[in-house]
Ligand binder design. Structure first.
Ligand SMILES: Cc1cc2nc3c(=O)[nH]c(=O)nc-3n(C[C@H](O)[C@H](O)[C@H](O)COP(=O)(O)O)c2cc1C
Length: 171
């Protein structure tokens, strides 16, 4: 019988190391008004404070969404279900500078209630945020937004299932 060789830890390329996190969330951020509304797929997103409730999103400096985030200072984080995968891929590989992503994906914009932006109707969770702070970190600007309101399709009591309904990660 072959003896098992014990695993040895190695220092690996840093990006390879980063991608060993169990999962990265994938969300759709909407930003912009009626004429220039846009959707960007991101995985740099995390709650950063409970009181006040805040979310951080990291947007690359070259993105069209970066311009819009700076212009509007308000945005919505939409949590998609896995059935939106084609739209998620489209919004993560096309720029709003060249295409209208709402039109091309068929996703439905619904006016946000607290901010000048749009919710994606097909996403079961929509979190409206206003930017209160930014941080320039390497390739990305982190926009930290206070959460003004959250729209949730159903409630835990009504059978809302976080795993089934609202978590989607493939990185
Ligand atoms: C799964 C996935 C995750 C991504 N995560 C981020 C991210 O965290 N931040 C970012 O700026 N771009 C991210 N991108 C890339 C943007 O979605 C992509 O460059 C997009 O075309 C930019 O659109 P815009 O120019 O309309 O803003 C991601 C793309 C994919 C497919």
């Amino acid at each position: 019988m072959k003896a098992e060789t014990p695993l040895v830890k190695q220092e690996v390329p840093i990006l390879q190391g980063i991608y060993q996190f169990p999962k990265f969330p994938v969300v759709l951020v909407t930003v912009g008004g009626e004429r220039d509304r846009n959707i960007i797929t991101i995985h740099f997103v995390h709650p950063v404070s409970f009181k006040p409730p805040m979310l951080g999103v990291g947007i690359g400096r070259g993105q069209y969404s970066h311009e819009l985030m700076t212009k509007y200072g308000e945005f919505v984080v939409n949590i998609p279900k896995a059935d939106l995968r084609p739209a998620i891929d489209y919004c993560g590989t096309h720029s709003g500078r060249k295409v209208n992503k709402f039109k091309e994906t068929g996703l439905t914009p619904v006016r946000a209630s607290q901010v000048n932006s749009y919710l994606i109707d097909e996403c079961p969770v929509n979190t409206e945020c206003r930017v209160v702070q930014t941080a320039e970190l390497g390739t990305h600007t982190w926009f930290f937004g206070e959460i003004l309101t959250v729209h949730l399709l159903g409630t835990p009591l009504e059978g809302y299932d976080r795993e089934e309904n609202a978590t989607f990660a493939y990185l």
